[in-house]
Design a protein around this ligand. Structure first.
Ligand code: PMP
Length: 409
């Protein structure tokens, strides 16, 4: 009794009833973005129908409602990440903006010429480019922790990169291209032993597993709401309070100030200091509803179901002649990346779309890790808790048909 039923949660997602090319949609592009349950869609409507106002400023009823809803979403986000205080949760547009905020606000004050920043080969471009830009600007050096042939970080090689010049390590918790779950807590502890601080990119982790920033002991954590069944345009930065308090703002404007004269501006403490201007109030509230939704199911339940799906999907895909899985680490979440001998990934993606199956084919904004495997692109089905064994059967059967159409053996 009480077993998780993916067919029943699927009914919470109106778009999963959609037809494409006369077939019922099978959404296996969850690493790119996740679909939204009715509970999130309705929460957005309720906000605009009953609560909409700018926050913090005016002393009227709707301002109080919207401020309460926005701050309640911050508290839900705090609880979701197990941060110790809402003062450690900054709302941003998403993981990309979060990483840029940290690179600009923290980096400007803490990185100097000759310093080093460490990333890994697994990183999404969002966790490469801002550091490359910072290093170029300040004369610092970007160093990269390598992976083995399974797509897992080689910890001994990572540790060799750490030294007294290392200011920051920025690593993904789950690779969006391969699905590798990195040993983020261990890598954080190793960085700390060398005096470096740590940013964990949780964009691909939050929808697949329970996250506990205190257990990870990372200094920063970022994620995007749209990858965890919430709206686009909202995400969060977690930062340890002592570190956020020492950081200058990165953007100036309303909301982030305590007092302004032409001579001098006094800034608010975190998080307001990092939230200049009118934020994405409605979508923050929508994110709060998404968090409530997944927490009602339970992240541990979701993780367990997705492991079953991942095992089932791996076996199914390996039954397709000529198919090669890219990313075979022992610890994986959410992603099954593959290529098929002599087939263009784009053609595979189009053939699947004709059967109603949505997957991403391409470089997944992670060119370095694909090139590590000698590839420019893979086909990437990616999972969420509303996926079923039937979805994966449909994927494998479509690939087998594609193969036979291709004269494959
Ligand atoms: N990091 C990882 C690991 C990702 O998968 C993504 C999104 N594909 C990002 C960062 C960037 O997220 P966003 O585009 O929502 O800012």
């Amino acid at each position: 009794g009480g077993a998780f039923d993916p067919h029943s949660v699927k009914r919470d997602f109106p778009i999963l009833q959609e037809q494409v090319h006369g077939k019922k949609l099978i959404w296996l592009d969850n690493a790119a973005t996740t679909q939204k349950p009715r509970q999130v869609i309705e929460r957005l409507s309720r906000f605009y129908e009953h609560e909409n106002s700018n926050i913090h400023r005016a002393a009227h009823t709707l301002a109080a409602r919207s401020t309460d809803a926005y701050e309640a979403a911050r508290e839900k986000t705090r609880r979701f990440l197990n941060a110790s205080s809402t003062e450690e949760i900054v709302f941003v547009r998403g993981a990309t903006e979060g990483i840029n905020l940290i690179a600009k606000a923290w980096g400007a004050r803490n990185v100097k010429e000759g310093d080093e920043i460490v990333v890994t080969w697994l990183e999404h471009h969002a966790n490469i480019v801002p550091w490359q830009q910072l290093c170029a600007q300040l004369g610092a050096r970007l160093r990269v922790a390598p992976v083995d042939d399974s797509g897992q970080i080689i910890l001994e090689e990572y540790e060799k990169l750490l030294n007294p010049r290392t200011r920051l390590v920025s690593l993904t918790q789950v690779s969006n291209a391969l699905g590798t779950v990195t040993p983020a807590a261990e890598m954080t502890a190793m960085a700390h032993r060398h005096g470096a601080i740590v940013l964990v990119d949780g964009a691909q982790a939050v929808s697949h597993m329970p996250v506990d920033v205190q257990a990870l002991d990372c200094d920063f954590y970022v994620f995007s709401g749209h990858k965890v069944f919430g709206p686009t345009g909202i995400g969060a930065v977690y930062g340890k309070k002592a570190i956020l308090d020492q950081m200058p703002p990165w953007q100036g404007g309303g909301n982030m100030i305590a007092d302004v004269t032409f001579e001098k501006t006094v800034y608010q403490p975190a998080p307001a200091r990092f939230e200049a201007g009118t934020g994405n109030i409605a979508d923050a509230v929508g994110l709060g509803a998404a968090i409530d939704y997944v927490e009602r199911i339970g992240m541990a339940t979701i993780a367990a179901w997705e492991h079953e799906l991942l095992d089932y999907g791996t076996k199914g895909l390996l039954s397709v002649p000529g198919l090669r899985l890219i990313g075979t680490a022992k610890e994986k979440a959410g992603v099954l990346s593959f290529v098929i001998d002599e087939c263009r990934t784009e053609d595979i993606g189009k053939a699947l779309d004709r059967e109603g199956i949505a997957v991403r084919s391409g470089h997944h904004c992670a060119q370095p890790i694909l090139r590590r495997f000698g590839l420019e692109a893979t086909v990437r089905p990616s999972l969420a808790f509303y996926n079923t064994f039937e979805d994966l059967d449909a994927l494998v059967n479509a690939l087998l048909r594609f193969q036979s159409g291709h004269g494959g053996r």
